[in-house]
Design a protein around this ligand. Structure first.
Ligand code: ATP
Ligand code: MG
Length: 284
């Protein structure tokens, strides 16, 4: 049984559970317990506050964990990042009241900065030879300048709307963060190692499918070569006959980001009835 530390509720929770579910891991009915085993895969989930996940993994209480990179770096525990997971993307940034003129990082010399990330901020200031007063608070950091508690803040930003509504402006982006899978340097038993490898294999399949779409379209046989030349398929596209022998159906997989560009070209080349479908998993 492999133990995975995950956030019990909050911004990581939904996508963590979605990833595990897409990897085919079903949980036994959760009766508000801390430790929940899966009913079809040899893992159990330990539900924690995200602050406690790095320590739980570093100490070996949990074998692996899913947590934000920001939290991993702030806690500075002895854990290793196994892989990025691509969700809960955000950044840690310095922001100051809009009314100030910002003329570079020296602005922060002698200032008081409120944050929940004193370690990451301290390292950043030191690297840039800035001496500032770090004021650690655990929540609602963004209101600190407005109530006279600090001159600036260092906090998580995603869309930036919280900053705007507090009359703040982001001036330095310090760290790009996303959810990561972490482990420790302790050697896993053969049994746990095998479970982890199977889990990683499944996560790989889910992630590989995420940015891809399955595309199918009808193409006049006479135009087939032109259409196939446009498609950047994994290997070569599947070509199926249609009842009308002068047409065929072409199926392939493309990167979602390329879809609009390619669809224009396909239409001009003679493709019709283009369908785009989600792919759940891709096993290499
Ligand atoms: P806990 O109660 O578990 O300690 P928390 O209040 O510390 O939760 P959350 O707000 O749930 O933390 O955020 C968890 C993590 O999600 C953050 O550490 C960060 O990695 C990421 N995150 C935070 N805010 C955002 C956001 N606006 N957009 C995307 N990801 C975010
Ligand atoms: Mg927390």
């Amino acid at each position: 049984m492999l133990r995975i530390a995950v956030q019990s509720k909050g911004r990581l929770y939904d996508e963590t559970m979605e990833l595990l579910s897409e990897a085919g891991i079903k949980l036994t009915a959760m009766k508000r317990t801390l430790l929940v085993p899966s009913r079809n895969f040899p893992v159990e989930l330990l539900f924690l506050r995200d602050d406690d996940i790095p320590e739980s993994v570093a100490s070996g209480t949990s074998d692996i964990g899913i947590v934000g990179l920001n939290e991993v770096l702030e806690k500075g525990k002895n854990v290793e990042i196994i892989r990025d997971l691509g969700f809960s993307k955000c950044r840690l940034a310095l922001a100051i009241p809009q009314k100030h003129q910002y003329n570079g990082i020296e602005w922060f010399n002698g200032k008081k900065i409120a944050t929940s990330y004193p370690r990451i901020l301290g390292d950043f200031l030191k690297k840039n030879n800035i001496t500032a007063d770090i004021h650690e608070i655990s929540g609602s950091v963004e209101i600190a300048p407005g109530i006279g508690l600090a001159d600036a803040i260092f906090d998580i930003v995603s869309s930036g709307s919280t900053l705007v509504s507090n009359n703040l402006v982001e001036v330095e982006s310090v760290l790009a963060s996303e959810a990561v899978l972490i482990g420790n340097s302790k050697e896993l038993s053969k049994e746990k190692e095998d479970i982890l490898n199977e889990l990683l294999f499944r996560i790989e399949a889910v992630k590989a499918a995420e940015s891809k779409k399955y595309v199918l379209m009808n193409v006049p046989r006479a135009k087939l070569d032109d259409v196939v030349a446009i498609l950047p398929g994994i290997k070569s596209p599947t070509i199926l006959p249609l009842a009308d022998e002068s047409w065929c159906s072409v199926h392939t997989v493309i990167q979602e980001k390329n879809f609009w560009e390619i669809s224009e070209k396909l239409k001009s080349a003679g493709a019709e009835g283009i369908l785009v479908l989600n792919i759940e998993k891709m096993v290499p």
